[in-house]
Design a protein around this ligand. Structure first.
Ligand code: ATP
Ligand code: MG
Length: 183
């Protein structure tokens, strides 16, 4: 499974529709301070269901919507789409059959989020379920940000365990068991 491209519109500093391709041999995004490098990572975490504004370096969930600049007016909604090449056996269930997977999230100023899987409207839960156990998720180890290693080392055993369980691929089974028990 590989991220092929990100499409952003109205997300943080990316006001105009922007297509960021991720070729096989890409290793880094470079640019001057404040040009939007970290915003790209925020976008990935956001589409995958991040629900804490703090983890997206904002105060409110609607802070991800382009808020205007000296030259541009604010916009009314923000959208991000991730396109994955779906090779391998990481994805299970009905979406396993697709060669390409698209995950999209749109949020309006009213703070209403809508999620789409391959263009079909779905729940946040469907997106998080799809990626559970793949190592990719809003809080998973696929994204190692500044300060995270020291936070992990200093974290409580219960929090550390969540990471280890995701790495070991058992978090999805625990989630399913929790689901069954709650029924
Ligand atoms: P550094 O090298 O300092 O880490 P960076 O390239 O990671 O910089 P980002 O943090 O991704 O930079 O981008 C910061 C820019 O994004 C700032 O100029 C900020 O004004 C802009 N920005 C963030 N949220 C919004 C928003 N909602 N609307 C408009 N611009 C925004
Ligand atoms: Mg940065």
């Amino acid at each position: 499974m590989r991220l092929k491209k990100i499409r952003l519109a109205g997300f943080k500093s990316f006001v105009d529709p922007t297509n960021i391709p991720f070729p096989d041999d890409m290793t880094a995004i470079v640019g001057p301070n404040g040009c939007g490098k970290s915003n790209v990572i925020d976008a990935v975490r956001w589409v995958l269901g991040e629900s804490s504004a703090k983890n997206l370096r904002g105060d409110a969930m609607t802070d991800v919507i382009f808020n205007g600049s000296t030259a541009r007016k604010p916009v009314s909604q923000s959208s991000v789409e991730l396109v994955f090449e779906n090779a391998g056996d990481r994805i299970e269930g009905e979406y396993a059959q697709y060669n390409e997977l698209s995950i999209k999230r749109v949020v309006t100023r009213e703070a209403i989020s809508t999620y789409y899987l391959n263009g079909n409207k779905c729940r946040r839960r469907d997106v998080t379920d799809l990626f559970l156990g793949t190592g990719l998720g809003p809080r998973s180890y696929a994204i190692i940000e500044q300060g995270m290693i020291s936070r992990l080392i200093e974290s409580k055993p219960q929090d550390l365990r969540i990471f280890i369980e995701e790495a070991a691929g058992i978090s999805k089974y625990k989630e399913r068991r929790r689901d069954t028990e709650n029924r």
